[in-house]
Structure formats: C-alpha cells, structure tokens
Design a protein around this ligand. Structure first.
Ligand code: SF4
Ligand code: F3S
Length: 108
C-alpha cells in the first residue's frame, strides 16, 4: 500500500485525490492519509503531489516509518472523511513545503 508521509502536514495540496481510481484518501485538519485496505498500489498519486509526500510502503524514507501505522490509524479516526476531489491547498502550503519537523504539527 502507498503511504502519505510528513511533508503533507500543513500543505495538504490535495492534487493526489483527483487521480486515485478507488477514492481511498481520507482528510484530516492538516493532512491526508491513504486507507491501506483500499489502495490498489497503482502509484498514480505519487507524481501528482507537489510536496513529494507519497511513497510506496517499502520505499518510505528513513525516520518516517511510523507514518505507515499512522495512515492506518487515521483512516478510521473520528472526523477523518473521504476526499475525492482536489480543493485549494492550505493557505501557507508553499511556505511549509519541505520544512523539517512537521510531524509534531499534525492535527487530528
Ligand atoms: Fe490511490 Fe493509486 Fe495512490 Fe493507492 S497508489 S492512493 S490507489 S492513486
Ligand atoms: Fe498531501 Fe501531497 Fe496529497 S501534500 S494532500 S499528499 S498532493
């Protein structure tokens, strides 16, 4: 399964959702995740992300492996809902894109 990682936080560009053939993205306040049981591993979303935040499960960068479990957990978290159409990114997305240490800023 594919995984949304740290650099999505506070960006949430949402370009990824338009191309997903199975609509398996879920939206939280400042990040999206991928429902692991629904992703069909097509890889279409990867080049769409301006933040390069999406990776195949076996290619998740060092230090970000906790996002595999986090995607699974947040898929079913209260308030996290399916998102199937691209919407405007968060207002300061371009400023936050690439910043280190965003993990602590995740809102649930
Ligand atoms: Fe959707 Fe394909 Fe990305 Fe999985 S890899 S989230 S099925 S676009
Ligand atoms: Fe996040 Fe990239 Fe999608 S920033 S919302 S994974 S396009």
């Amino acid at each position: 399964t594919y995984v949304v990682t740290e650099n999505c936080i506070r960006c949430k560009y949402t370009d990824c959702v338009d191309v997903c053939p199975v609509d398996c993205f879920r939206e939280g306040p400042n990040m999206l995740v991928i429902a692991p049981d629904e992703c069909i591993d097509c890889g279409l979303c990867v080049p769409e992300c301006p933040a390069d935040a999406i990776f195949a499960g076996d290619e998740v960068p060092p230090g970000q492996h906790d996002f595999i479990a986090l995607n699974a957990e947040l898929t079913h978290a209260p308030g996290w809902r399916p998102i199937v159409r691209t919407v405007l990114p968060l207002p300061d997305a371009d400023i936050w894109n690439g910043k280190a240490g965003k993990r602590a800023l995740l809102e649930r």
